[in-house]
Design a protein around this ligand. Structure first.
Ligand code: ZN
Length: 45
């Protein structure tokens, strides 16, 4: 089984790596507060 490296694209949230949520070790997922689940890095607008 090959391991895939998580590539961090520019514009992706650095906390959840663009996924928009965190995978919990105990199961389930939690929405990323940094990007509010969008998976995108918050930018100054
Ligand atoms: Zn995020």
């Amino acid at each position: 089984m090959a391991l895939r490296k998580q590539k961090l694209k520019s514009g992706d949230c650095p906390y959840c790596i663009g996924k928009g949520y965190f995978q919990l070790l105990l199961g389930g997922s939690e929405t990323c507060n940094s990007c509010n689940g969008s998976g995108r890095k918050t930018t100054n607008t």
